[in-house]
Design a protein around this ligand. Sequence first.
Ligand code: FMN
Length: 259
Amino acid sequence: MKTPLGKGEGGRMSESAVRAGDEGKRLRHGFWVYALSGRVVRSRGPRWHNRAVTERSEYRGGELLDANLPAEPWPLWNEWLRAAREAGLTEPEAMHLATTDAAGRPHGRVVLLRGWDERGLWFFSHTHGPKGQELADNPYAAATFWWPALERQIRVEGAVERLPEAESDAYFAARPYESRLASAAVAQSRPVRDRSQLEEQVEALRSRYPVELPRPATWGGYLIVPDRMEFWQGRPARLHDRIDYRRAGSGWVRQRLSP
Ligand SMILES: Cc1cc2nc3c(=O)[nH]c(=O)nc-3n(C[C@H](O)[C@H](O)[C@H](O)COP(=O)(O)O)c2cc1C
C-alpha cells in the first residue's frame, strides 16, 4: 500500500515497514518515519524525539469571561503586559514582528517592545535593514506575543509610522554605551566577512567616540498604530477564549472569535 510520504526523502515506503509501536525507520537527511495512530508520519527524529506530534497541553490557567471584558482593548492590554512582567518571564516584551516586502512576501523576526501609550506600541531598530525597507514599502505590521507560562497570546496589527525623532534620540541616549556602540557600528543584516570584522568596526567607532555617541541617522523608533488587537487565553479541551478588538472610527468593536 502506498503511504502519504510520496516521493519525499527515502521514496515510497510500505506501511508494514513502520507499524505502530516500532521505533521507526531512519531515512536519508536525518528524517525518520514511523506510525502514529495508524498514520505514517515523517519526523526529524526517532519516534520518542517527535514530541511535537504526540504531546498535548491542556490549558487551565485563566479565562476571558464576557461579563469582565472592557469595551476597549487597552485595559486588558495593560493588565496582560503587567502580568507577563510580574510572572518573571524571560523577555516578556519580546514580540514576533511580521512585515511584507514590495512583492508581498512576508518576513518575520523578534523585536523588543519598548513602550506603548494611547498612540500605539513602539520598538527600535535599524531603519536601513530589511525590516526598515519593508516598512517603507508597505507600512503595516503584525506583532505577536506568546507567553506559554500564562497560556496567553496577543496579536496586534496596524499601520506603522516612524516615532518622532526626539523620542528616538531620548531612547538612544538612555541606552548603555556598549549597546549604543554596537547599534551604531554595524549595518544590520548585511553579510560580514567574519566576527572579527564586527569587532573591528566596534573598536574603530569606540576610538572615534570614546564617551558620547550620537544616534545614527539609520537607527530609530517605529510606532505600530493598532487597528486590531486580539487576546487569546488557552482553555481546556481546545475551547480557547479569543477576544478580538477592531478599531471603528474613534472607538473599538469587540467580538468573541471561535478558537
Ligand atoms: C529576543 C530578541 C530581541 C530582539 N530585539 C530586537 C530589537 O528590538 N530591534 C531589532 O532591530 N532587532 C532585534 N532583534 C534582532 C531581530 O530579530 C533581527 O535579527 C534583526 O532586527 C534583523 O531583522 P531584519 O533583517 O528583518 O531587518 C531581537 C532578536 C531577539 C531574539
